[in-house]
Design a protein around this ligand. Structure first.
Ligand code: SF4
Length: 262
C-alpha cells in the first residue's frame, strides 16, 4: 500500500474502519475503499462499519475483505503429514472475541496442548511454560493463560454482529493453499459494500503471487526455522517482506530477524 501511495494514490492509515465512513461522507465525489485484513480480532469493527454504512445508505464506500479464521488454519497445519507442531499458543485477542470452545475438538482430535495466551512478555513466558508442562505430562487440552480478558464463550455481541454481516467461505492462504471454510465474505444483503464485486477489477483480486524464495509454509508447519530460508535477512526483511511471517512483528520470521543472536 505504501508503494502505491508513493506513486501518488490517496492511501491513508485510519485508527478505526469507522473513520472511513466520515471520510466517505465528507468526500461524496470520491470512492472510499477500506482494506479489511486480520483474524477474528478485527472482524467486529469491520462488521460494525458495514452495518453503519448500510444504515447511512452510503454509496461511495466499500471494503476489500481479507478476513481469515484461526481454527481451520490450525487444522490444515496439524493434518499435514510433515507437521512437527506439538503445541499452540492460541492468540488472546482472537479468543477475546471468539472464546475458546472451538479449540477443544482440535486439541482432542490432534492431541496437542493449546494455551490461550496474552501478549505481554510474561504472558508469553507463562503460555510456553503451561504448554511445556502439558507436553511433559502427556496431556492435550485447552488452558486459558489470558483469563483476565478471555472467557470460554467469548464476546457474544461481537459474534452476533459478525454473523449478521459475514458468512464463512473458502480462502487461499499464502504459503499453505486454499483452506476450506477458513475466511469470511460479505453476505448478499450487504453486497453493495464488497469492493471486489463493486469494481469487478483484477486489481482487487486477493490471491497474490508468492515469491519462489519464500518457505513460509514450511515455517508454519515447524519443518524449518526462519534462518534456514535462503532469503532470510537478505532479500526478505521487515522493510521488504516476501512472505507473511516477516510482515508483522509477531510473525516468526520477523521475530527471528529482530531478536536473533548475532
Ligand atoms: S524469511 Fe521471508 S521469504 Fe523466508 S520464509 Fe520468512 S517470510 Fe518467507
Amino acid at each position: 500500500m505504501l508503494r502505491v501511495k508513493a506513486t501518488g494514490a490517496d492511501v491513508r492509515i485510519v485508527y478505526s474502519p469507522l473513520d472511513c465512513l466520515k471520510i466517505a461522507q465528507e468526500n461524496p465525489e470520491q470512492e472510499v475503499v477500506f482494506f479489511a485484513v486480520g483474524f477474528e480480532t478485527t472482524v467486529p469493527a469491520t462488521a460494525m462499519t458495514i452495518y453503519q454504512a448500510h444504515q447511512k445508505n452510503l454509496t461511495n464506500f466499500s471494503m476489500l475483505v481479507s478476513h481469515v479464521l484461526v481454527p481451520p488454519a490450525m487444522e490444515a497445519i496439524l493434518s499435514s503429514a510433515q507437521c512437527r507442531v506439538q503445541g499452540f499458543l492460541a492468540a488472546g485477542h482472537v479468543c477475546t472475541v471468539m472464546g475458546y470452545e472451538e479449540y477443544e475438538p482440535i486439541a482432542s482430535k490432534y492431541q496437542v496442548p493449546i494455551v490461550v495466551t496474552g501478549f505481554e512478555p510474561t504472558d508469553i513466558l507463562q503460555g510456553i511454560y503451561l504448554c511445556v508442562q502439558q507436553l511433559e505430562k502427556n496431556e492435550a487440552r485447552i488452558e486459558n493463560q489470558y483469563s483476565r480478558s478471555v472467557s470460554k464463550e467469548g464476546n457474544k455481541n461481537a459474534q452476533q454482529l459478525i454473523k449478521k454481516i459475514f458468512e464463512i467461505d473458502d480462502r487461499y492462504w499464502r504459503g499453505i493453499a486454499k483452506i476450506a471454510q477458513s475466511g469470511l465474505k460479505i453476505k448478499e444483503k450487504y453486497i453493495q459494500f464488497d469492493a471486489q464485486k463493486k469494481f469487478n477489477s483484477e486489481l482487487l483480486i486477493t490471491y497474490t503471487s508468492e515469491s519462489e524464495d519464500c518457505i513460509s509454509g514450511e515455517i508454519l508447519q515447524g519443518i524449518k526455522k526462519p534462518h534456514q530460508c535462503p532469503a532470510f535477512g537478505t532479500k526478505c526483511t521487515p522493510e521488504n517482506p516476501l512472505g507473511t511471517p516477516m510482515v508483522s512483528s509477531e510473525g516468526a520470521c520477523a521475530a527471528y530477524y529482530h531478536y536473533r543472536q548475532v
